[in-house]
Design a protein around this ligand. Sequence first.
Ligand SMILES: Cc1cc2nc3c(=O)[nH]c(=O)nc-3n(C[C@H](O)[C@H](O)[C@H](O)COP(=O)(O)OP(=O)(O)OC[C@H]3O[C@@H](n4cnc5c(N)ncnc54)[C@H](O)[C@@H]3O)c2cc1C
Length: 512
Amino acid sequence: MEGKSAVSHHRPTRSPKKIVVVCAGVGGLACAVRLAKKGHAVTIFEASSHVGGKCRTEWIDGYAFDTGPSLLTLPAVYRDLFLKTGKRLEHILTLDPVDPSFTYIFHDGKKITFPNLSHNGTVAAISEQLGEDAGKAWHEILQRAEAMWEASRESFIEGELRSPLQLLKRPHLLSDLKTIAPLTSLRSLTSSITTNPYLKKIIDRYATYTGSDPRKVPAVLLTIAFVEEAFGAWHIQGGLGSLPLSLEKRANELGVEIHLNTRVTSIKTIDGIAKGVNLQDGREIEADIVVANADAEIVYNSLLPPMKESRRARKALRKATPSLSGYSLLLGLRGRSDLSHHTVFFPEDYDDEFDAIFQRKEPVPDPAIYICNPQDPLMVKKENSESWFVLINAPRHEPESGCDWTSPGLKEKYADHIINLMESKGLQIRSRLEVLEIRTPADLESQTNAPGGSIYGTSSNGPRSAFLRAKNRSAIKNLYCVGGSAHPGGGLPLVGISAEIVAEAIEELSAQ
Ligand SMILES: Cc1cc2nc3c(=O)[nH]c(=O)nc-3n(C[C@H](O)[C@H](O)[C@H](O)COP(=O)(O)OP(=O)(O)OC[C@H]3O[C@@H](n4cnc5c(N)ncnc54)[C@H](O)[C@@H]3O)c2cc1C
């Protein structure tokens, strides 16, 4: 990947293993593909009727929507995977850079358009709209973000994070600590560089890429700003759901067996060692290694029996704050607008969004509104039409102790409220509406088996959050965790990296 040695050490697998992958999310598929390429016998069991989990392109009455990821960053992760397991990605998928990458519109009507893949262009756009000081501040923020990326990439992101002690052995520990500022929050770091309220909102929003609160996440999340600017914002023609479909195809070519509609009810262990899985249909499947791609909460609290080997992992999960969820509207609209591919409307009081989600646990009254208007002819059946995916950050579905998204009338009332807000910002919706579908956190939970509908497993709230996330190599021998709720975290790039970490760890074991 960019900034990373593309050469992986391809030792021949000395002893091929029988490996069961629980779930066909992007992480499970990516890991299965890498393992099969190394010669292992891999079988995937997936509860739903399709691969890809949260990453999916859905067609409704002639309109296609990316109902999960709608922005691909760091495509090099998947370029690397496809290249090393067969034909390169460009033979299978068409990636388009999205230009402009984002249009940000603020409560007072101020608008900034970020060009894709251009630091100087972004500085110029900010300087023009917010003044030269703000442009200079963006430059300083992005320089710090790049330094953080360099200091954290190998050890925090691409490597297994086995313990805090491991980090103390780094060669440039002191200078890296100064750069990363582990005890500083993202909000504090931004505030130390600029007082510009518009820039602060743009930076705050990166915390939500991991489902978190900018006032609580470590400053190192600033790396997301660098990754997005330096390596670009990308769209996959036909929708991002084409990514898991291509992974499925590659997996089939490499002999991976994929069983859909097949729920795993438990992971079998004997004397603290994973030995296979039990399926809902009563079958018992033996395996040398189990790779779990379900949410870590499900892995540790329902698929595994309570056992001393998993005590630490369960305790860490209890301590972590779950990530926020999402409420979305799928809008099929007649006619065309001038809305760019990714647009964010910011509210006046952005802090209230995080208070509503994490403290009051109620739908956000005046939320940031993200609209994805892909303008991809492959995503609409009729020429003169648009499919908009509207995503609002939302509290999880917690009927007992928080927000109950199934309360009668709630989702419809909130949709009405959001559409009113959008129309008050000058967007025409009701007069153009052909399709309206609502997805709440409760739907996300039932459709993807993500507890509470959390988008990213555990959040990054708090300086120790990275250490509370499930480790890739679990304390239960022969059990590995891959995907958005395991290290290094959620989002397609990190999920792809977690698949690589797990495949390498298993390779290490089987080469012994
Ligand atoms: C609304 C939304 C917007 C997002 N936007 C972006 C974005 O723009 N860019 C980005 O990079 N990322 C984004 N993400 C995050 C990204 O989708 C996830 O991080 C990633 O897809 C998670 O992959 P995963 O491998 O963890 O598997 P998941 O997608 O979590 O899939 C897990 C799978 O496990 C299956 N399963 C669960 N339990 C069992 C069981 N017991 N037996 C068998 N199968 C089981 C489920 O059916 C599911 O298919 C978004 C997510 C959502 C929901």
